[in-house]
Each structure stands twice: as structure tokens, then as C-alpha cells.
Design a protein around this ligand. Sequence first.
Ligand code: AVJ
Length: 325
Amino acid sequence: MARSALARTALPVEPAHPEATAFATDAIAGLTTTPKRLPPKYFYDVTGSELFERITTLPEYYPTRCELGILREHAADIAALIPQAAALIEFGSGASVKTRIVLGAAKSLAAYVPVDISRDFLERQALALRKQYPGVAMLPVAADFSKPFDLPVTIEGMPRVGFFPGSTIGNLEPHEACTFMRQAGETLGAGALFIVGVDLVKDQRVLQKAYNDKQGVTAKFNLNLLTRLNRELGANFNVSAFEHHALYNREKSRIEMHLASTKRQKVRLCGETADFRAGETIHTENSYKYSIESFGAMARGSGWTPVEVWTDADKCFSVNVLKRA
Ligand code: AVJ
């Protein structure tokens, strides 16, 4: 139904842009079904990326601070595990503070390969990194890292170290996370290392607060999805008639974010109508939390052997080093 709806609708976007078409397809499919849902990858337009940056500095949002602390504390340990003249392959938008901690510590790295869907972003970041680390070959790859992709031929024969910080893996369903880990293993090859940042199960109150900050930045981040639908797909969401909900689903060990309709209403997008009951929600994100054991088991089940795991003192976050079995 979603597909045919899309086919007979004149989109208010350049049909030549495959990214915009994917957004339209996913939005129509997700908003004309029950329960309604939208994939979290659409949070990150320019405004959404800026809001996420603000989230990472909020007092309640512990993951970024904890992970940075762990990486800084164990930078020398990480460097000691990395073989000579290796290639560091980062899954997702690279060149962050986290990347610089690893690049700064592992002096023998021969190449850095950031893999991201946004070519513009990659080029800009690579430019800055080339100046800062002249001895490391910067080889950006524009690809969707959640699917298999080709590594640059330049790194053929180099030992490989994958880097996947930020607990981005938490956005995936556990079975998807397993598939992702297996595919990453195939991409990285035999003997590869994989450094993965994973948020941990903890006191529910700490989790709830991290996604319900006092300043309302997370609410803005969530609601920005509706603004984006209005702007890019010509939808007519009344953003003030929706509210941010974030709750911990204990059974599934995940934070769920939703956008709840405050009243019964109809919304038009791409020639389709989405009907909302009062209180009906759009499920916009899952953020799965693991225990050290549950993540280790998942890693083993997808062809990896855990070799090291570090946490902060409060065991809020973990940095896992895995080796391909
Ligand atoms: C980037 C997916 C790890 O799940 O904590 C932050 C995104 N959502 N606040 C997370 C997010 C709401 C974040 N990840």
C-alpha cells in the first residue's frame, strides 16, 4: 500500500534525490500503519545533529561523558592492543573527539577510514584530520555502514581495527545488532579487532532522566522529526499538538522514545492521510541497554571474541574490545 501510494503521488521534493525518496517511503509506510513508527536515522538533519550535540553535553545525558572518560583513561591500553601500521575503520560519522583520542594515542596507525552516508561531512572532516595527523592516510568511504561495503584498496594487507562508539548499536533490534556485528566482521576480515561503545543497563531513574532532560533538548530533538516531515515532505503536522515521551521498557531493556498526539487529529503527507487517536504515538527510537554479559554473548554469537571491556567507575557505559574469532 505504501509503495503504490508513493508511486501515484507527486512528491514535493526532487525525485532525483534518492535520500529524500527513502524518507518519503519510510514516512508513508511508518505513519499509515499501526503502531506508527519512524526510523531514528531521520533525526539527524542539520538541526537534529545540532540538537544531538547539545544532548551530549546535558548534565543528565551520561553516555557521551562516560565513554569519553573511558577512552581517555584507557587510551594507552587501546594503543597497546592495536597492531603496527594498522587501519582504523570507524562505523558512522567520524572525526569526533572520540576518534581523536584513538588517533592521538595509537601513533603507529597507518590509515583512518571513516564510513558515513554523508559525503560532504566526510570530506570536511577528512580535510581537518589530514592537517592534524599528516602521517595517517585519511581514506573516507561514503556508504551506509549498516550494510556490507568495500574497504579502500589502499588498506589491503593492513591489520584492521573497527571503531563503533556512541552506543549507536543500541538503536538496532538485538537480532539486527547480531547481523550488523557479523557483517562488520566480514568487512573487517580475519584477525580484526573491533572497539564498540555500549550503554549499560542501570537504575531506571538514571535512564529516564537521560532521555527526559530538564531543559527539554531531547524533546526538541524528538519533535524536530515532525518539523523535518513538514519541510522536506510537505506534511502539515501541528508540532504543538504532539509531545515527547521517553520511557524505559524494562522487559526489553530499552528506552523508547515516542511522539504522542495530544488530541484526535488528521495529518496529510505526500497525498496520504495519517489519522491519530488522542494519545496515539509515533515510536521514533529504541535505545537498547546491554549488560557486559549480554553484549559479550551477542558478540560471541556473531563471530567475535571479547578480549577487553572497560567501564567507568559507576558502570554506566562500556567500551568493549573484540577480536574476530
Ligand atoms: C546516538 C542512538 C546512542 O540512544 O542515547 C540521545 C540517541 N536519543 N537522546 C541514544 C539519543 C535521545 C542516542 N544514540
